[in-house]
Design a protein around this ligand. Structure first.
Ligand code: UDP
Ligand code: MG
Length: 353
């Protein structure tokens, strides 16, 4: 870890997004220390407090006071899981960076297997769930359907049943820092950057305590971000559907003309007309909506707001790595483990620093 002369970076950084996880933090910390100490290397953990309303921040600040390896980024509000991971990547100093959930669904022991792969020379080790315990049938089914759909339509190869739980080499992290898109699907981006990747299988445990922070609404938004960020298929679908119905209508015209010429007046009745008009109207609205989704995302990019705002950065040492992108406001050492009030600022992408 960063020593007083500030010349070394930790070998491992663990990034953990936290939103209202007060029940799990003490146990999480204990298991993490056990696991990471067993590697025999230096390490740091960066907790990203994503606008928790419970005592999470207090507990984390306390940990940071007692253990200098614990660092806390406190967001100014809830920005969401994917953004919290992004911030962790932006501030992580380790040669390898590991992302895991706070709730111990991603058992810290699996980290050791990822680290092994990293030592073998892989740049990314992502965890694949062979089994998930303690989740609803609905969640299992929708997750499984989603992973298969995204695999089918995405431009990049996104592995099946892999979450955000993964280890990345520093060079991958530096690549990830350059991707500043606003509606983020981190595991897609992690596939997009490439490098040598390998899967590590594990059984996903049940949440240690508390409730899932991913209700259906958020899951749908994540799925939506994943699809629109990595595929143009929904947009192309409009064209295919258009061709199909134009063809069908062409055929209908021919049939109508032929029937009329031969004196059969069978195409009477308003129901057919009404139903087909409503049907096509519906389809057009659906595709307008799909275009709207992409348009909204373009708008988000154009506004170019920062991805997140940090209210406090606690426990950070003066970073020294030449490619460190830690902003100046963070470079001053913290005194007495007190939280510093860092200016509201987003981390600049590595390329701009
Ligand atoms: N989380 C977060 N911000 C949010 C939602 C979740 O930082 O807006 C964190 C949460 O504290 C946890 C991780 O993201 O560490 C994954 O959330 P959760 O375990 O609830 O998701 P699930 O495992 O149910 O998909
Ligand atoms: Mg969870």
């Amino acid at each position: 870890m960063n020593t007083l002369d500030g010349n070394t970076r930790p070998v491992f950084s663990v990034v953990i997004p936290v939103w209202n996880e007060q029940e799990v933090i003490p146990v999480l910390y204990e298991r993490l220390v056990q696991t990471m100490d067993s590697t025999g290397e230096s390490w740091e953990v960066i907790f990203v407090n994503d606008g928790s309303r419970d005592r999470s921040l207090e507990l984390l600040t306390d940990l940071s006071r007692r253990d200098p390896r614990v660092k806390v980024l406190n967001f100014s509000r809830n920005f969401g899981h994917q953004i919290a991971i992004t911030a962790g990547f932006d501030y992580a100093e380790g040669d390898a960076v590991i992302v895991m959930d706070a709730d111990l669904q991603d058992p810290p022991e699996v980290l050791l297997r990822m680290i092994e792969k990293w030592r073998e020379g892989y740049d990314v080790a992502y965890a694949v769930r062979t089994k998930r315990v303690g989740e609803t049938k609905f969640k299992l089914w929708t997750a499984s359907a989603f992973y298969r759909l995204i695999r089918y339509i995405a431009d990049v190869d996104i592995p099946l049943d892999a979450g955000d739980f993964r280890l990345m080499d520093r060079k991958v992290v530096l690549a990830m820092r350059q991707l500043r898109e606003k509606n983020r699907f981190m595991r897609g981006l992690s596939s997009w950057v490439g490098f040598k990747q390998v899967a590590v299988e594990y059984e996903r445990a049940a949440r240690y305590a508390g409730e899932t922070k991913y209700p259906l609404r958020k899951m749908l938004r994540l799925a939506n971000n994943a699809i629109t960020s990595f595929s143009h298929v929904p947009l192309q679908l409009a064209m295919y559907t258009g061709f199909f119905f134009a063809g069908l209508a062409g055929l209908g015209i021919v049939i109508a003309v032929v029937l009329r010429l031969f004196g059969h007046d069978t195409l009477t009745g308003q129901a057919t007309t009404l139903v087909s008009v409503l049907f096509l109207g519906g389809i057009q609205l659906i595709f307008l909506g799909i275009i709207g989704e992409y348009l909204g995302r373009i708008y988000d990019e154009v506004k170019n707001r920062p991805l997140y705002l940090i209210a406090d950065a606690i426990g950070f040492d003066a970073p020294v790595a030449p490619n460190s992108v830690t902003p100046d406001s963070l470079r001053t050492r913290q005194r007495d483990g007190q939280s510093s009030h860092v200016q509201l600022a987003e981390r600049l992408p590595a390329s701009k620093v």
